[in-house]
Ligand binder design. Structure first.
Ligand code: NAD
Ligand code: DAU
Length: 345
C-alpha cells in the first residue's frame, strides 16, 4: 500500500515501484484532495500490478477493509496535507490528515499484522520537524525536534506516533526526513512550479520577505530512489535523513530559474526577472534547512544522481511540455486560493 500516491512525491514513488518491481502488487490509496491528481499516473495506470483505491486515511473502516481486501504486507505512507502556507490559514486539516490519519493507518497495520511474516510500515516525513537553522550546521537524525509551523508540528506529531508504535507495540516501522523536493508533477502552489507557471503567464513572482531564506533542494526522483533504498535496506525502528547538499537562497534560486526560462522561451535576458516582486513574509518563516545525509549514504549507499542545473532544466522542460497538466490541476478551487494568498499581501 502506498498512501498519497496521486500527489507529487507519491506519484514518483508509485511509478518507480510499479515499474521496477513487477512482482509487487501496488495499491495506491488516495483521497484525491486538490493536491492529488490521477493525471500524475496516466503512464502506469494500465499496468497489471497497479490498483488505485480512492479512500480517506481518516476513515478507519475503509482503511481496515482495504488491508483485508488486498492482504496488505507493507505500507509506504506519504498521504498528507503538505503546504506550509495552507497550514497557517487552517491548521485543523493538518492535524486531522497528518496526525489522526497516520494513527488510523498505524492502528490498521497493528491489527492486520498479527502473523509471523515480515512487514514494513514506512512513514515519509520532512526535515521541517527539526526547526530552523542559522547560517551554520546541518540537521542529523539526532537533532532534537523543534517544529515551528502548524504543518511541521503535525508532521512531528505523526513521527512521534510512528516511533511510539514501534516501542510500545513492536510495529516494524521505518522513517525518513527529507529536504525540499522539486521536479515534474509538483503542484504549482510550491515555490518552483509556482514561479514557472507565473513566468509563463507573465504574472508577478512573489518572494516572501527578503528572499534570503535557504532551502536544500533535491530532485524528486532522487527522493524516490532514497525511499526505495530505505524501504528495502533500512533498519527497522530507524530513521534516515535525505537531502541534496544543495542549498539556495530563494532569491538566488528564482534568479537562476528566470535565466533558464528566458533561454528556453527565447526571450531577452532579464525578461522573467522583471516580474520578481517582494511581498509580506510568511508568518514564522523558517530561515534555513540543510540536511546531513551521511547516514543514508554510508549505510545504504544512496546518493543523489543529478546536479541542480540539470534537474531544474529537466523540470522546466517537463512543465513546458505539459501546460495542459498545469491547466487541469489549477482549474478547481486553486485560483481562489491563489488570489487570496497573493493579492492580499
Ligand atoms: P502532495 O500535497 O503533493 O500530495 C499529498 C497527497 O496526499 C495527495 O495526493 C492527496 O490527495 C493525498 N491526501 C491528502 N489527504 C489525504 C487523506 N486524508 N487521505 C488520503 N489521501 C490524502 O504532497 P507531497 O509534496 O507529494 O508530499 C508527500 C509526503 O512527503 C508528505 O507526507 C510530505 O510531508 C512529505 N515530504 C514532502 C516534501 C516536499 O518537498 N514536497 C519533502 C519532505 C517530505
Ligand atoms: O523541507 C521540506 C518541505 O518543503 C516539505 O515538508 C513541504 O511539504 C514542502 O512544501 C516544502 O516546504 P517549504 O515551505 O520549504 O516549500 P515552499 O515551496 O512553500 O517554499 C519554499 C521557500 O520559498 C520558502 O522559504 C518560502 C518561499 N516562497 C514560497 C512561495 C510559495 C516564496 O518566497 N514565495 C512563494 O510564492
Amino acid at each position: 500500500m502506498i498512501t498519497g500516491g496521486a500527489g507529487f512525491i507519491g506519484s514518483h514513488v508509485v511509478r518507480r515501484f510499479v515499474t521496477n518491481y513487477p512482482d509487487y502488487q501496488i495499491i495506491n490509496i488516495d483521497k484525491l484532495t486538490y493536491a492529488g491528481n490521477l493525471e500524475n499516473l496516466i503512464d502506469v495506470e494500465h499496468k497489471d500490478n497497479y490498483v488505485f483505491e480512492k479512500a480517506d486515511i481518516l476513515d478507519k473502516k475503509s482503511v481496515t477493509d482495504l488491508f483485508s481486501k488486498y492482504t496488505i504486507t507493507d505500507v509506504i505512507h506519504l498521504a498528507a496535507e503538505s503546504h506550509v502556507d495552507r497550514s497557517i490559514e487552517g491548521p485543523m486539516e493538518f492535524v486531522l490528515t497528518n496526525v489522526v490519519g497516520t494513527v488510523t493507518l498505524l492502528e490498521a497495520a497493528k491489527d492486520a499484522w498479527t502473523d509471523k511474516n515480515e512487514h514494513v510500515f514506512y512513514h515519509v516525513s520532512t526535515d521541517e520537524v527539526f526547526g530552523s537553522l542559522e547560517s551554520e550546521g546541518f540537521f542529523t537524525e539526532n537533532t532534537p525536534y523543534d517544529p515551528r509551523s502548524p504543518y511541521s508540528a503535525s508532521k512531528a506529531s505523526s513521527d512521534h506516533f510512528v516511533r511510539a508504535y514501534f516501542h510500545t507495540f513492536q510495529l516494524p516501522v521505518k522513517m525518513s526526513n527529507c529536504s525540499n523536493n522539486y521536479g515534474s508533477h509538483h503542484f504549482p502552489e510550491k515555490l518552483i512550479p509556482l514561479m514557472i507557471n507565473n513566468i509563463l503567464n507573465d504574472k508577478p513572482l512573489p518572494i516572501y520577505g527578503n528572499g534570503l531564506n535557504i532551502r536544500d533542494w533535491l530532485w524528486v526522483e532522487d527522493h524516490a530512489s532514497a525511499i526505495d533504498a530505505v524501504f528495502h535496506k533500512g533498519k527497522i525502528g530507524e530513521s534516515y535523513n535525505i537531502g541534496g547538499l544543495n542549498e539556495w537562497t530563494n532569491i538566488d534560486l528564482v534568479m537562476f530559474l528566470c535565466q533558464l526560462m528566458d533561454q528556453k522561451l527565447g526571450r531577452p535576458e532579464g525578461s522573467a526577472a522583471k516580474l520578481i516582486t517582494y511581498i509580506k513574509d510568511r508568518a514564522g518563516h523558517d530561515q534555513r534547512y540543510a540536511i546531513d545525509a551521511s547516514k543514508i549514504r554510508e549505510e545504504l549507499g544512496w546518493t543523489p544522481s543529478i546536479n541542480f542545473e540539470d534537474g531544474l532544466s529537466k523540470t522546466i522542460d517537463w512543465y513546458l511540455a505539459n501546460k495542459e497538466w498545469i491547466d487541469k490541476v489549477t482549474s478547481g478551487s486553486y485560483q481562489n486560493y491563489y488570489d487570496q494568498q497573493y493579492n492580499n499581501r
